[in-house]
Design a binder for this molecule. Sequence first.
Ligand code: SAM
Length: 437
Amino acid sequence: MTLFTRIARQLNWRRRQWSTARDQAFHDAMFAGQTHDPFSPSYPGWLTIQRFADLAGRHVRPDDLVIDLGCGPGEVTCELARRHPAAQFLGIDHSHEALTRARQLAGRLGLTNVRFDSGDLEGYEPPAGTGLVTMFDAFHHLLDPAAFVRRAGRTCARFFLIEPAGNWLGQWQKTVDLDWLAESLFVIRDRLEYQFGLAASVHGPAAPAPPAGEPTEHRYLLDDFARWFDGYRVEVRGTVAGLERYGQSANASSPLRDDIGRSLYHLVVDLEDALVRADLDLAAKHWAIYAERGRAVPPRRVPDLPARAIEPPLPGPYDCEYVGYEGPHDAAAGSTIDASVDVANRSWRTWDSQAEASPVLASYHWLDAAGRTVVEDGWRTPLPRPIAPGERATIALRVQCPPGPGRHTLVVDLVHEGVTWFSGAGVPGLRVPVRLR
Ligand SMILES: C[S@@+](CC[C@H](N)C(=O)[O-])C[C@H]1O[C@@H](n2cnc3c(N)ncnc32)[C@H](O)[C@@H]1O
Protein backbone atom coordinates (compact mmCIF):
# COMPACT_ATOMS: atom_id res chain seq x y z
CA MET A 1 0.00 0.00 0.00
CA THR A 2 1.45 3.37 -1.02
CA LEU A 3 1.68 6.43 1.21
CA PHE A 4 -0.95 8.09 -0.99
CA THR A 5 -3.51 5.30 -0.54
CA ARG A 6 -2.83 5.16 3.18
CA ILE A 7 -3.52 8.91 3.51
CA ALA A 8 -6.67 8.64 1.35
CA ARG A 9 -7.94 5.86 3.58
CA GLN A 10 -7.17 7.77 6.79
CA LEU A 11 -8.99 10.85 5.45
CA ASN A 12 -11.94 8.68 4.47
CA TRP A 13 -12.15 7.27 8.01
CA ARG A 14 -11.47 10.53 9.84
CA ARG A 15 -14.68 12.05 8.47
CA ARG A 16 -16.64 9.45 10.42
CA GLN A 17 -15.45 10.60 13.88
CA TRP A 18 -15.64 7.12 15.36
CA SER A 19 -15.22 6.61 19.10
CA THR A 20 -15.54 3.75 21.56
CA ALA A 21 -18.42 5.52 23.34
CA ARG A 22 -20.42 5.89 20.12
CA ASP A 23 -19.74 2.28 19.20
CA GLN A 24 -20.97 1.15 22.61
CA ALA A 25 -24.16 3.24 22.37
CA PHE A 26 -24.84 1.88 18.89
CA HIS A 27 -24.42 -1.74 19.95
CA ASP A 28 -26.44 -1.29 23.14
CA ALA A 29 -29.33 0.02 21.02
CA MET A 30 -28.89 -2.77 18.49
CA PHE A 31 -28.93 -5.66 20.96
CA ALA A 32 -31.64 -4.31 23.31
CA GLY A 33 -34.91 -6.13 22.82
CA GLN A 34 -33.61 -8.90 20.53
CA THR A 35 -35.86 -11.92 20.94
CA HIS A 36 -34.99 -14.20 18.01
CA ASP A 37 -33.74 -17.74 18.59
CA PRO A 38 -30.19 -17.83 17.15
CA PHE A 39 -29.98 -21.62 17.46
CA SER A 40 -33.00 -22.34 15.30
CA PRO A 41 -32.27 -23.10 11.60
CA SER A 42 -35.40 -21.03 10.83
CA TYR A 43 -33.49 -17.90 11.89
CA PRO A 44 -31.80 -16.36 8.81
CA GLY A 45 -28.65 -15.59 10.83
CA TRP A 46 -28.25 -19.26 11.80
CA LEU A 47 -26.15 -19.83 8.67
CA THR A 48 -23.64 -17.18 9.80
CA ILE A 49 -23.42 -18.49 13.35
CA GLN A 50 -22.90 -22.08 12.17
CA ARG A 51 -20.36 -21.14 9.52
CA PHE A 52 -18.31 -18.86 11.78
CA ALA A 53 -18.30 -21.61 14.43
CA ASP A 54 -17.21 -24.18 11.78
CA LEU A 55 -14.28 -22.05 10.65
CA ALA A 56 -13.15 -21.06 14.15
CA GLY A 57 -13.80 -24.51 15.60
CA ARG A 58 -10.96 -25.99 13.49
CA HIS A 59 -8.54 -24.06 15.69
CA VAL A 60 -10.05 -24.81 19.11
CA ARG A 61 -7.96 -27.40 20.98
CA PRO A 62 -9.66 -29.67 23.52
CA ASP A 63 -8.50 -27.91 26.73
CA ASP A 64 -8.17 -24.40 25.35
CA LEU A 65 -9.17 -21.27 27.18
CA VAL A 66 -10.82 -19.33 24.32
CA ILE A 67 -11.39 -15.59 24.74
CA ASP A 68 -14.02 -14.23 22.35
CA LEU A 69 -13.45 -10.49 22.11
CA GLY A 70 -16.33 -8.26 20.99
CA CYS A 71 -18.57 -11.29 21.58
CA GLY A 72 -21.79 -9.25 21.24
CA PRO A 73 -24.79 -11.34 22.30
CA GLY A 74 -22.56 -14.43 22.41
CA GLU A 75 -24.31 -16.37 19.67
CA VAL A 76 -21.10 -17.73 18.10
CA THR A 77 -19.41 -18.01 21.53
CA CYS A 78 -22.25 -20.20 22.83
CA GLU A 79 -22.31 -22.29 19.64
CA LEU A 80 -18.56 -22.92 20.02
CA ALA A 81 -18.93 -23.72 23.73
CA ARG A 82 -21.68 -26.20 22.89
CA ARG A 83 -19.49 -27.92 20.27
CA HIS A 84 -16.32 -27.98 22.43
CA PRO A 85 -17.42 -29.00 25.93
CA ALA A 86 -13.86 -29.60 27.21
CA ALA A 87 -12.70 -26.09 26.33
CA GLN A 88 -13.49 -22.98 28.43
CA PHE A 89 -14.88 -19.83 26.82
CA LEU A 90 -14.92 -16.23 28.02
CA GLY A 91 -16.77 -13.55 26.01
CA ILE A 92 -15.81 -9.88 26.45
CA ASP A 93 -17.78 -6.91 25.20
CA HIS A 94 -18.47 -3.28 26.16
CA SER A 95 -22.19 -3.50 25.40
CA HIS A 96 -24.14 -4.33 28.55
CA GLU A 97 -27.22 -5.18 26.50
CA ALA A 98 -25.14 -7.68 24.52
CA LEU A 99 -23.79 -9.29 27.70
CA THR A 100 -27.26 -9.60 29.26
CA ARG A 101 -28.49 -11.39 26.17
CA ALA A 102 -25.32 -13.55 25.97
CA ARG A 103 -25.83 -14.76 29.56
CA GLN A 104 -29.48 -15.55 28.82
CA LEU A 105 -28.51 -17.58 25.75
CA ALA A 106 -25.81 -19.53 27.63
CA GLY A 107 -28.34 -20.26 30.40
CA ARG A 108 -30.91 -21.41 27.89
CA LEU A 109 -28.44 -23.91 26.42
CA GLY A 110 -27.39 -25.01 29.91
CA LEU A 111 -23.72 -24.28 29.14
CA THR A 112 -21.29 -24.43 32.05
CA ASN A 113 -18.08 -23.78 30.07
CA VAL A 114 -18.81 -20.20 29.02
CA ARG A 115 -19.07 -16.88 30.84
CA PHE A 116 -19.28 -13.27 29.79
CA ASP A 117 -17.59 -10.16 31.21
CA SER A 118 -17.60 -6.49 30.46
CA GLY A 119 -14.38 -4.98 29.08
CA ASP A 120 -12.93 -2.42 26.68
CA LEU A 121 -10.84 -4.06 23.95
CA GLU A 122 -8.69 -0.97 23.53
CA GLY A 123 -6.86 -1.77 26.77
CA TYR A 124 -7.65 -5.45 27.08
CA GLU A 125 -5.00 -8.08 27.75
CA PRO A 126 -6.11 -11.73 27.63
CA PRO A 127 -5.38 -13.66 30.85
CA ALA A 128 -2.25 -15.80 31.04
CA GLY A 129 -2.91 -19.26 29.65
CA THR A 130 -5.24 -18.08 26.88
CA GLY A 131 -5.06 -20.67 24.08
CA LEU A 132 -6.97 -18.82 21.37
CA VAL A 133 -8.42 -15.33 20.89
CA THR A 134 -11.44 -15.23 18.57
CA MET A 135 -13.05 -12.07 17.16
CA PHE A 136 -16.11 -12.38 14.95
CA ASP A 137 -16.70 -9.12 13.08
CA ALA A 138 -15.13 -7.26 15.97
CA PHE A 139 -11.48 -6.54 15.11
CA HIS A 140 -12.40 -3.69 12.73
CA HIS A 141 -14.10 -1.87 15.63
CA LEU A 142 -10.69 -1.35 17.27
CA LEU A 143 -9.28 2.16 17.11
CA ASP A 144 -5.65 0.97 17.34
CA PRO A 145 -5.30 -2.57 15.94
CA ALA A 146 -1.48 -2.56 15.92
CA ALA A 147 -1.35 -1.79 19.67
CA PHE A 148 -4.03 -4.40 20.29
CA VAL A 149 -2.05 -7.19 18.58
CA ARG A 150 1.14 -6.21 20.43
CA ARG A 151 -0.68 -6.22 23.78
CA ALA A 152 -2.78 -9.35 23.28
CA GLY A 153 0.20 -11.17 21.74
CA ARG A 154 2.00 -11.05 25.11
CA THR A 155 -0.31 -13.70 26.57
CA CYS A 156 -1.77 -15.40 23.52
CA ALA A 157 -0.03 -16.98 20.52
CA ARG A 158 -3.11 -17.83 18.39
CA PHE A 159 -5.82 -15.59 16.96
CA PHE A 160 -8.84 -16.29 14.79
CA LEU A 161 -10.69 -13.37 13.19
CA ILE A 162 -13.66 -13.07 10.88
CA GLU A 163 -13.30 -9.74 9.10
CA PRO A 164 -15.06 -8.00 6.20
CA ALA A 165 -12.78 -7.93 3.14
CA GLY A 166 -11.47 -4.39 2.65
CA ASN A 167 -10.24 -2.37 -0.33
CA TRP A 168 -7.52 0.29 -0.40
CA LEU A 169 -10.07 3.03 0.41
CA GLY A 170 -10.96 1.25 3.64
CA GLN A 171 -14.36 0.20 2.33
CA TRP A 172 -16.01 -3.20 2.27
CA GLN A 173 -15.04 -5.10 -0.91
CA LYS A 174 -17.89 -7.48 -1.73
CA THR A 175 -16.70 -8.99 -5.01
CA VAL A 176 -18.22 -12.38 -4.27
CA ASP A 177 -21.41 -11.70 -2.34
CA LEU A 178 -23.96 -14.52 -2.45
CA ASP A 179 -26.68 -12.90 -0.30
CA TRP A 180 -28.92 -13.08 -3.38
CA LEU A 181 -28.75 -16.85 -3.13
CA ALA A 182 -30.08 -16.86 0.44
CA GLU A 183 -32.70 -14.26 -0.45
CA SER A 184 -33.87 -16.40 -3.38
CA LEU A 185 -34.22 -19.42 -1.12
CA PHE A 186 -36.21 -17.31 1.35
CA VAL A 187 -38.50 -16.28 -1.51
CA ILE A 188 -38.99 -19.95 -2.42
CA ARG A 189 -39.74 -20.65 1.23
CA ASP A 190 -42.29 -17.80 1.44
CA ARG A 191 -43.87 -18.97 -1.78
CA LEU A 192 -44.24 -22.54 -0.51
CA GLU A 193 -45.75 -21.27 2.74
CA TYR A 194 -48.25 -19.23 0.74
CA GLN A 195 -49.08 -22.02 -1.70
CA PHE A 196 -49.62 -24.65 0.98
CA GLY A 197 -51.04 -22.34 3.65
CA LEU A 198 -48.16 -23.19 6.00
CA ALA A 199 -47.97 -20.25 8.36
CA ALA A 200 -44.80 -19.99 10.46
CA SER A 201 -45.20 -19.26 14.16
CA VAL A 202 -43.83 -15.93 15.28
CA HIS A 203 -42.22 -15.67 18.73
CA GLY A 204 -41.87 -12.34 20.48
CA PRO A 205 -42.03 -8.87 18.95
CA ALA A 206 -40.46 -8.05 15.58
CA ALA A 207 -36.79 -7.14 15.50
CA PRO A 208 -36.19 -3.55 16.64
CA ALA A 209 -35.52 -0.98 13.90
CA PRO A 210 -31.80 -0.44 13.20
CA PRO A 211 -30.42 2.08 15.70
CA ALA A 212 -29.38 5.59 14.76
CA GLY A 213 -25.68 6.37 14.86
CA GLU A 214 -22.76 4.38 13.61
CA PRO A 215 -20.33 1.84 15.04
CA THR A 216 -16.60 1.91 14.26
CA GLU A 217 -16.31 0.31 10.82
CA HIS A 218 -12.75 0.12 9.47
CA ARG A 219 -12.12 -2.19 6.54
CA TYR A 220 -8.61 -3.54 6.07
CA LEU A 221 -6.49 -5.13 3.35
CA LEU A 222 -4.79 -8.51 3.78
CA ASP A 223 -1.48 -6.62 3.84
CA ASP A 224 -2.62 -4.80 6.99
CA PHE A 225 -3.21 -8.06 8.82
CA ALA A 226 0.16 -9.41 7.62
CA ARG A 227 1.83 -6.25 9.00
CA TRP A 228 0.13 -6.37 12.40
CA PHE A 229 0.69 -10.12 12.73
CA ASP A 230 4.35 -9.90 11.77
CA GLY A 231 6.10 -12.93 13.32
CA TYR A 232 2.95 -15.06 12.91
CA ARG A 233 1.99 -17.69 10.36
CA VAL A 234 -1.17 -16.17 8.83
CA GLU A 235 -3.69 -18.32 6.94
CA VAL A 236 -6.69 -16.74 5.26
CA ARG A 237 -9.79 -18.30 3.76
CA GLY A 238 -12.77 -16.50 2.23
CA THR A 239 -16.34 -17.06 3.40
CA VAL A 240 -19.62 -15.88 1.92
CA ALA A 241 -21.52 -16.47 5.20
CA GLY A 242 -22.63 -13.30 6.93
CA LEU A 243 -25.98 -12.25 5.51
CA GLU A 244 -26.76 -8.55 5.65
CA ARG A 245 -30.53 -8.71 5.17
CA TYR A 246 -32.73 -11.04 7.18
CA GLY A 247 -36.09 -9.94 5.81
CA GLN A 248 -39.09 -9.50 8.06
CA SER A 249 -38.90 -12.90 9.58
CA ALA A 250 -36.13 -13.12 12.18
CA ASN A 251 -38.60 -14.37 14.80
CA ALA A 252 -40.62 -16.78 12.68
CA SER A 253 -40.06 -20.53 12.74
CA SER A 254 -41.59 -23.66 11.29
CA PRO A 255 -40.42 -27.13 10.23
CA LEU A 256 -40.28 -25.89 6.61
CA ARG A 257 -38.16 -22.88 7.62
CA ASP A 258 -35.81 -25.20 9.53
CA ASP A 259 -35.42 -27.38 6.43
CA ILE A 260 -34.73 -24.39 4.18
CA GLY A 261 -32.22 -23.01 6.72
CA ARG A 262 -30.34 -26.31 6.76
CA SER A 263 -30.42 -26.58 2.95
CA LEU A 264 -28.98 -23.09 2.65
CA TYR A 265 -26.21 -24.01 5.07
CA HIS A 266 -25.21 -27.12 3.05
CA LEU A 267 -25.33 -25.12 -0.18
CA VAL A 268 -23.03 -22.46 1.26
CA VAL A 269 -20.59 -25.07 2.62
CA ASP A 270 -20.35 -26.70 -0.82
CA LEU A 271 -20.04 -23.37 -2.64
CA GLU A 272 -17.29 -22.19 -0.32
CA ASP A 273 -15.39 -25.43 -0.93
CA ALA A 274 -15.81 -24.89 -4.68
CA LEU A 275 -14.44 -21.34 -4.33
CA VAL A 276 -11.44 -22.68 -2.39
CA ARG A 277 -10.76 -25.33 -5.06
CA ALA A 278 -10.84 -22.64 -7.76
CA ASP A 279 -8.59 -20.37 -5.62
CA LEU A 280 -11.32 -17.68 -5.70
CA ASP A 281 -12.36 -17.74 -2.05
CA LEU A 282 -10.41 -14.60 -1.08
CA ALA A 283 -12.77 -12.61 -3.34
CA ALA A 284 -15.58 -13.45 -0.88
CA LYS A 285 -16.88 -10.61 1.26
CA HIS A 286 -15.53 -11.98 4.55
CA TRP A 287 -12.15 -13.41 5.44
CA ALA A 288 -11.47 -16.03 8.11
CA ILE A 289 -7.98 -15.15 9.34
CA TYR A 290 -5.97 -17.48 11.53
CA ALA A 291 -2.66 -16.20 12.95
CA GLU A 292 -0.33 -18.40 14.98
CA ARG A 293 3.01 -17.20 16.27
CA GLY A 294 5.68 -18.85 14.12
CA ARG A 295 7.28 -18.70 10.72
CA ALA A 296 5.43 -16.59 8.16
CA VAL A 297 4.16 -18.27 4.99
CA PRO A 298 3.89 -16.38 1.67
CA PRO A 299 0.56 -14.51 1.67
CA ARG A 300 -2.17 -15.48 -0.79
CA ARG A 301 -3.40 -12.78 -3.13
CA VAL A 302 -6.99 -11.61 -3.53
CA PRO A 303 -8.06 -12.68 -7.05
CA ASP A 304 -8.77 -9.93 -9.51
CA LEU A 305 -12.39 -10.77 -10.30
CA PRO A 306 -14.75 -8.27 -11.93
CA ALA A 307 -17.41 -7.06 -9.48
CA ARG A 308 -20.71 -7.88 -11.17
CA ALA A 309 -23.95 -6.56 -9.73
CA ILE A 310 -26.56 -9.31 -9.71
CA GLU A 311 -30.26 -8.66 -9.44
CA PRO A 312 -32.24 -11.07 -7.30
CA PRO A 313 -33.48 -13.57 -9.93
CA LEU A 314 -36.85 -14.32 -8.34
CA PRO A 315 -39.74 -11.94 -7.77
CA GLY A 316 -40.83 -11.59 -4.15
CA PRO A 317 -44.32 -11.30 -2.67
CA TYR A 318 -44.31 -7.49 -2.78
CA ASP A 319 -42.92 -6.67 -6.25
CA CYS A 320 -45.12 -3.74 -7.19
CA GLU A 321 -44.70 -1.62 -10.29
CA TYR A 322 -46.19 1.86 -9.95
CA VAL A 323 -47.41 2.64 -13.45
CA GLY A 324 -49.00 6.05 -13.02
CA TYR A 325 -50.09 8.84 -10.65
CA GLU A 326 -52.86 11.35 -11.06
CA GLY A 327 -53.29 14.01 -8.44
CA PRO A 328 -52.14 17.43 -7.32
CA HIS A 329 -48.48 18.50 -7.14
CA ASP A 330 -49.50 21.62 -5.26
CA ALA A 331 -51.82 21.75 -2.21
CA ALA A 332 -52.59 23.62 0.99
CA ALA A 333 -50.60 22.43 4.03
CA GLY A 334 -52.77 20.33 6.33
CA SER A 335 -55.46 19.79 3.65
CA THR A 336 -56.84 16.51 2.35
CA ILE A 337 -56.21 15.64 -1.30
CA ASP A 338 -57.50 12.94 -3.62
CA ALA A 339 -55.15 11.10 -5.94
CA SER A 340 -55.04 7.86 -7.84
CA VAL A 341 -52.20 5.46 -8.57
CA ASP A 342 -52.02 2.63 -11.07
CA VAL A 343 -50.18 -0.41 -9.80
CA ALA A 344 -49.18 -3.67 -11.45
CA ASN A 345 -48.70 -6.79 -9.37
CA ARG A 346 -45.33 -8.27 -10.47
CA SER A 347 -45.21 -10.65 -7.51
CA TRP A 348 -46.43 -14.22 -7.10
CA ARG A 349 -49.05 -13.47 -4.46
CA THR A 350 -52.52 -11.95 -4.62
CA TRP A 351 -52.86 -8.68 -2.71
CA ASP A 352 -56.20 -8.65 -0.94
CA SER A 353 -57.68 -5.95 1.33
CA GLN A 354 -60.36 -8.35 2.60
CA ALA A 355 -57.85 -10.88 4.01
CA GLU A 356 -58.84 -10.84 7.66
CA ALA A 357 -55.55 -11.54 9.41
CA SER A 358 -53.29 -9.26 7.41
CA PRO A 359 -54.88 -7.26 4.58
CA VAL A 360 -52.86 -5.48 1.90
CA LEU A 361 -53.78 -1.78 1.82
CA ALA A 362 -52.55 1.33 0.04
CA SER A 363 -51.04 4.10 2.12
CA TYR A 364 -48.27 6.71 2.03
CA HIS A 365 -45.46 8.51 3.85
CA TRP A 366 -44.41 12.17 3.63
CA LEU A 367 -40.82 13.42 3.44
CA ASP A 368 -39.73 17.05 3.95
CA ALA A 369 -37.35 18.93 1.63
CA ALA A 370 -34.33 17.43 3.41
CA GLY A 371 -35.66 13.91 2.86
CA ARG A 372 -36.62 13.39 6.52
CA THR A 373 -39.81 11.44 7.20
CA VAL A 374 -42.48 13.79 8.61
CA VAL A 375 -45.40 11.34 8.30
CA GLU A 376 -44.55 7.66 8.60
CA ASP A 377 -47.99 6.12 8.81
CA GLY A 378 -50.47 7.60 6.33
CA TRP A 379 -54.18 6.90 6.06
CA ARG A 380 -55.06 3.50 4.68
CA THR A 381 -57.11 2.90 1.51
CA PRO A 382 -58.43 -0.57 0.60
CA LEU A 383 -57.59 -1.90 -2.85
CA PRO A 384 -60.62 -1.81 -5.21
CA ARG A 385 -60.49 -5.63 -5.52
CA PRO A 386 -57.97 -8.42 -4.97
CA ILE A 387 -55.05 -7.88 -7.37
CA ALA A 388 -53.70 -11.19 -8.66
CA PRO A 389 -50.15 -11.68 -10.03
CA GLY A 390 -49.86 -10.01 -13.43
CA GLU A 391 -52.95 -7.79 -12.92
CA ARG A 392 -53.16 -4.00 -12.85
CA ALA A 393 -55.52 -1.81 -10.83
CA THR A 394 -56.20 1.85 -10.11
CA ILE A 395 -56.31 2.78 -6.43
CA ALA A 396 -58.13 5.94 -5.28
CA LEU A 397 -56.18 7.44 -2.37
CA ARG A 398 -57.25 9.97 0.27
CA VAL A 399 -54.14 11.70 1.50
CA GLN A 400 -53.71 14.07 4.42
CA CYS A 401 -50.98 16.67 3.82
CA PRO A 402 -48.59 17.52 6.66
CA PRO A 403 -49.18 20.87 8.44
CA GLY A 404 -45.92 22.62 7.47
CA PRO A 405 -45.50 24.44 4.12
CA GLY A 406 -42.59 23.86 1.71
CA ARG A 407 -41.37 21.32 -0.81
CA HIS A 408 -42.35 17.80 0.18
CA THR A 409 -42.37 14.30 -1.29
CA LEU A 410 -45.43 12.10 -1.10
CA VAL A 411 -44.30 8.46 -1.09
CA VAL A 412 -47.13 6.13 -2.10
CA ASP A 413 -46.54 2.71 -0.57
CA LEU A 414 -48.50 -0.48 -0.01
CA VAL A 415 -48.61 -2.19 3.36
CA HIS A 416 -49.15 -5.82 4.30
CA GLU A 417 -50.74 -4.92 7.62
CA GLY A 418 -48.91 -6.32 10.63
CA VAL A 419 -46.20 -7.80 8.38
CA THR A 420 -44.34 -5.13 6.41
CA TRP A 421 -44.50 -2.05 4.26
CA PHE A 422 -43.72 -3.03 0.69
CA SER A 423 -40.86 -0.50 0.83
CA GLY A 424 -39.62 -2.25 4.00
CA ALA A 425 -39.38 -5.43 1.93
CA GLY A 426 -37.10 -3.67 -0.56
CA VAL A 427 -39.67 -2.41 -3.10
CA PRO A 428 -39.45 1.40 -3.15
CA GLY A 429 -42.69 3.40 -3.07
CA LEU A 430 -43.74 5.89 -5.75
CA ARG A 431 -42.23 9.32 -5.05
CA VAL A 432 -44.31 12.37 -6.01
CA PRO A 433 -43.02 15.93 -5.45
CA VAL A 434 -45.74 18.12 -3.88
CA ARG A 435 -45.43 21.79 -2.96
CA LEU A 436 -47.41 22.69 0.19
CA ARG A 437 -48.59 26.29 0.58
C1 SAM B 1 -20.44 -6.52 14.81
S1 SAM B 1 -20.56 -6.89 16.51
C2 SAM B 1 -20.12 -8.59 16.50
C3 SAM B 1 -20.67 -9.32 17.69
C4 SAM B 1 -20.38 -10.81 17.74
N1 SAM B 1 -18.97 -11.10 17.71
C5 SAM B 1 -21.09 -11.55 16.63
O1 SAM B 1 -20.43 -12.06 15.72
O2 SAM B 1 -22.33 -11.60 16.67
C6 SAM B 1 -19.10 -6.13 17.19
C7 SAM B 1 -19.04 -6.20 18.70
O3 SAM B 1 -17.82 -5.62 19.16
C8 SAM B 1 -18.09 -4.88 20.34
N2 SAM B 1 -17.03 -3.86 20.53
C9 SAM B 1 -16.66 -2.91 19.65
N3 SAM B 1 -15.67 -2.16 20.16
C10 SAM B 1 -15.41 -2.63 21.40
C11 SAM B 1 -14.52 -2.25 22.43
N4 SAM B 1 -13.66 -1.24 22.29
N5 SAM B 1 -14.53 -2.95 23.58
C12 SAM B 1 -15.41 -3.99 23.74
N6 SAM B 1 -16.28 -4.39 22.80
C13 SAM B 1 -16.28 -3.73 21.64
C14 SAM B 1 -19.46 -4.29 20.08
O4 SAM B 1 -20.13 -3.90 21.28
C15 SAM B 1 -20.17 -5.44 19.37
O5 SAM B 1 -20.84 -6.27 20.25
